[in-house]
Write a protein that binds this ligand. Structure first.
Ligand SMILES: [Zn+2]
Length: 72
């Protein structure tokens, strides 16, 4: 059995809804936006950065991954 991953589609309204709801439910903060910017966020800030949760949920739901971001 091999793992088949596809390229991630763009974010959608569900992603935006999760983003806004997480600000009140957890709460989370806007430390950085976009996958490229997330690489510069400290480990402590990643725990409260809403974009980390938003992109994880989006990619998990879509069954996709950006293989360029995988560690070598
Ligand atoms: Zn926000």
């Amino acid at each position: 059995m091999s793992l088949q991953l596809k390229k991630c589609p763009g974010k959608d309204r569900g992603s935006n809804m999760l983003h806004e709801l997480s600000h009140t439910a957890i709460p989370t903060f806007d430390k950085a936006y976009g996958e490229a910017a997330l690489k510069s966020v400290s480990p402590d800030d990643r725990l409260v950065n809403v974009e980390n949760y938003e992109l994880f949920a989006h990619d998990a739901e879509a069954g996709c991954a950006d293989i360029n971001d995988w560690p070598s």
